[in-house]
Each structure stands twice: as C-alpha cells, then as structure tokens.
Design a protein around this ligand. Structure first.
Ligand code: ATP
Ligand code: ZN
Length: 464
C-alpha cells in the first residue's frame, strides 16, 4: 500500500515499524463548539484509513485527542459563566453524537489534555534539561535555533520562516519562531502547579506528549488537516525529536480543505456549517459518502447541491442492496454453468477496489468501482439467477461497502400503501395525458425497486 508522505513529498510504500501493527495519531478537535463539515473531513478520512488497514489485517492502535484547554474554550467558559471543564465536557459529548452519525469508529484511546498535565510537565522538564527550552517570567519556550531539523516537514528553513512570518511582537522570545511550551497563568484562567509556577500547557506540546504516552517515541502515521502542517506538526516534530533523539512519525498525512465558494471553511471566517445543523436536513451517512467521493488531498467545494447529489448516489447503492436482499429470499440452487465466468468478473471488482485503496486511499476510485459492481449486479442478476451467485454478489457488495462503512443502515422497504398511492397518481396523470409526469413516477418507482405492468385490469406491480 502506498501513502503520500508530506515529510518526503512522495507516495511511499507503507511499511509499519512492527509487522502487522499500526500506531496512528490523529489531531482531534478543540472542544468549544459543534464541529463543522471541514473538521469532519480528517475525522472521516482517517477513520476510513484505519478501517482499511484493519480490513487488510493490521492491528491498529488509533489515538485521537481532545484539546480541552485553550484560549477559545476559556473565552466561551467566561462568556457562559461556567468552567472551561464544563464547556469541554459538553462538546466532547456532542462530538460523539455527530461522530457516531458520521459512522466514525471510536478511537482506541481519546485522551484529554487535562488528564495529561503531569506527563506534559515532565516532557517540558526534559526539554529544559536537554537545553532545548528556556524560561522567561514563568513561560517556557522552545528554542527553535537549537533544533537543526526545524522546518523539515513544511520544507522551509528557519531564515525563510522568520522573514515570512507575521508573528506577534513578543519581547520574551529569543527568536520569532520560538513557541510556547508552558504558559504562566493569567487572571480568570485555569492553571496547574509546575516547576515554573502556576500555568497551563501550550497547544503543540499536548500531541507530542499524548502520542508518546499511548504509542511510544516513534509512531507509524500522524495525520490531520493541511493547515496543521505548519506550525503545529512542525513544532510537534521539534519537541518530540529533540527529546527522544528518534524519528517521531514515519508517515505524515494531510487532507485538503473543504471550501465554501473556494475559501476554506473555518470558524473564524464564519462560513461554516456544523455537522449538527446538516443532520437536521440530511442523513449523516450522506455526508460521509460525500467526503469519500473525493480524493482526500483535493480541495472540495461544499454546497447543498453536492450533498443532494451524494444522497442520490447513495440511494442507488441502497437499491442494489435491496434488490440483492430480495433475490436472496427468492432464489435457490447452486452456481449455473454460465455464471462461472461472471464469478471471475466479480473478483476483478474486488481487486480493483483494493488497488484504488492501496493507491494513497483513493476512496473516489474505490466508490467508482462499487458503482460499477452495482451496475454489474443490476444487469446480471435476476429471477433466473442461482442463489449461490446472488449470495456471492451480495457478500462482495457488503464486504466492499463495509470497508468504507457505507450502505449499511437498515432501510425500511417502501410500503405497499405508498406504492399504490404513486400508481394512482400515475394513472391519473395518464388520464390527463400528462405522460411526462406518468413516466417520471414510473422511474421513481423503478428506483424503489418496483416494476409496473399495465394490464387490462389496471396497473399491477412487483418488486424487481
Ligand atoms: N475547512 C477545512 N477542511 C478540512 N479540514 C479542516 C478544515 N478546517 C479545519 N480542518 C481540520 O479539522 C481538524 C480539527 O481541528 P480544530 O478543531 O482545531 O479546528 P480548527 O482548525 O480550529 O477549525 P477552524 O479552522 O474552523 O478554526 C484539524 O485536523 C484541522 O486541520
Ligand atoms: Zn496535534
């Protein structure tokens, strides 16, 4: 399997450190609000990578953190006159409601920063002892000049970074690119005792610490949105590698942006849609399907129209599954002679699906293969087929859709009453010579798996 590694700017063969096992860390949400469709992208994409790795037989340990101490959380707590911990706990609960709706599997561990303060202090202390950190008035900074590889992920050297940086004036830092590891406590903020006085951790240190605590000094995959490459991930590398002397993460994966009118969806710009709001109008499985329909590195423009299209595509796959389930109940018998060649064709879909996913988790191509499989099933399976062939087709369809965790909800069958109602509308339309409407209703019924037969006694129907 190949993955595009931001560190080398190349698609590389994925070889885990330990055979058969994958250690993976994904930067999680800052919990002060419902998360938006842009934030949902890394959660869905890297959940899919994890599911695919598991499908290929790896044992995956998957860590996704919650940033539960941060300026934005503190501001929200002060606005609402509750504690930062209450804000974070509320939105962690809400996170899981939306993540479940999106079909995102729980991480092996979902650590919170505030449960790791002791480990963070120890880590910062180590950096200080090794000469990579300095203290000014109770703040601790990382000394970027001391870490010779600084800039290796974002491929910029320190001088260029400094020249291009629009960094706030801060007289306490020795160099503009230095970043805070520990911040002294200010009025109205939560704080913990430390060797440098009361304070709280900076942002970047949490991921270095939690990744090390739960996965070890060197991990296989570290992932997040493209905006995290610099400075967040660059700083994580500096902290972790300065401390351990070993490589931190071997494969760095970054997803592209979800945009609105070609601008990154973000909380600060206000151009965002929360998953919670979208869930009032769409089944969240449609959002998952929409995300997986594009390659994860490509930018994607988000709109209602795109979601509707994704919904229609998903519906087609449900219809194929419905047809297969119907046939499984009806058919009998072993493979027929003429079906033997078709079995080879079935297997080709599986191979092509695997090839697509092996190519830097190309879910867009993998979904195209599933659509082709659906077309194959629709044209090669009917009431004359054998049960065995229907079963093989069904098993493959379910196997592939399960890897992406799509098309696996129980859909209610269209009710007879609803069908009769549509047939009556069509009969009326035909009487009124509105043939376009009549045809439209017939096609709609066909999409629901219902075939009409006009007889002298009136219109009869049956399931496909
Ligand atoms: N528009 C977007 N498209 C794709 N990924 C995004 C987008 N916005 C944020 N992300 C990713 O979402 C994840 C969660 O990050 P976090 O909760 O810190 O959001 P954020 O970066 O504060 O969001 P915002 O940019 O809206 O303030 C990160 O991996 C981040 O890179
Ligand atoms: Zn992180």
């Amino acid at each position: 399997m190949k993955l595009y590694n931001t560190l080398t700017r190349k698609k590389e063969e994925f070889i885990p450190l330990e055979e058969g096992k994958v250690k993976m860390y994904v930067c999680g949400p800052t919990v002060y609000n419902y998360f938006h469709i842009g934030n949902a992208r890394p959660f869905i994409i890297f959940d899919t990578l994890r599911r695919y790795l598991e499908y290929r037989g790896y044992k995956v340990t998957y860590v996704q953190n919650f940033t539960d101490v941060d300026d934005k959380i503190i501001n929200k707590a002060n606005e609402e006159k509750i504690s930062a911990d209450e804000v974070a706990s509320k939105y962690i609960k809400e996170y899981f409601i939306d993540a479940d709706g999106l079909g995102i599997k729980r991480a092996t561990i979902h650590p919170r920063v505030t449960d790791n303060i002791k480990e963070i202090i120890e880590f910062v202390k180590d950096l200080e002892n090794k000469g990579y950190a300095y203290v000014v008035d109770g703040d601790v900074y990382f000394d970027t000049k001391k870490f010779k590889d600084y800039g290796k992920l974002s491929k910029q050297n320190l001088e260029d970074l400094e020249a291009g940086a629009r960094i706030e004036i801060n007289d306490k830092k020795k160099n503009p690119m230095d970043f805070v590891l520990w911040k002294s406590k200010k009025e109205g903020e939560p704080g913990w005792n430390s060797p440098w006085g009361e304070g709280r951790p900076g942002w970047h240190i949490e991921c270095s610490v939690m990744s090390r605590r739960y996965l070890g000094d060197t991990i296989d995959i570290h992932a997040g949105g493209q905006d995290l490459t610099f400075p967040h991930h660059e700083n994580e590398i500096a902290q972790s590698e300065a401390r351990s002397g070993n490589q931190f993460a071997r494969y760095w994966l970054h997803n592209g942006y979800i945009n609105v009118n070609n601008e990154k969806m973000s909380k600060s710009k206000g151009n965002f849609f929360t998953v919670r709001d979208i869930s009032k109008e769409f089944d969240l499985e449609v959002v998952r399907f929409f995300m997986l329909s594009a390659h994860y590195k490509n930018p994607v423009n988000f709109s209602d129209e795109m979601l509707k299209q994704a919904g229609a595509g998903l519906e087609r796959l449900y219809n194929t599954k419905g047809k297969l389930e119907f046939l499984l109940e009806k058919l009998s018998g072993n493979l027929k002679e003429e079906e033997k060649n078709l079995l080879d064709e079935l297997d080709k879909y599986k191979q092509r699906f695997i090839e697509s996913m092996d190519d830097d988790i190309n879910t867009a191509d993998a979904i195209s293969v599933i659509f082709e499989l659906a077309r194959f099933i629709n044209s090669n399976l009917n009431e004359e087929s054998s049960l065995e062939f229907a079963k093989r087709s069904y098993d493959l369809f379910v196997e592939l859709t399960n890897v992406l965790n799509i098309v696996n909800k129980e859909k209610e069958e269209a009710l007879d009453e609803e069908i009769q109602n549509l047939i009556d509308q069509r009969t009326k339309a035909k009487k009124e010579k509105n043939f376009a409407l009549a045809d439209e209703i017939r096609d709609r019924l066909l999409d629901m798996g219902i075939v009409l037969e006009d007889t002298r006694q009136g219109t009869k129907w049956r399931r496909v």
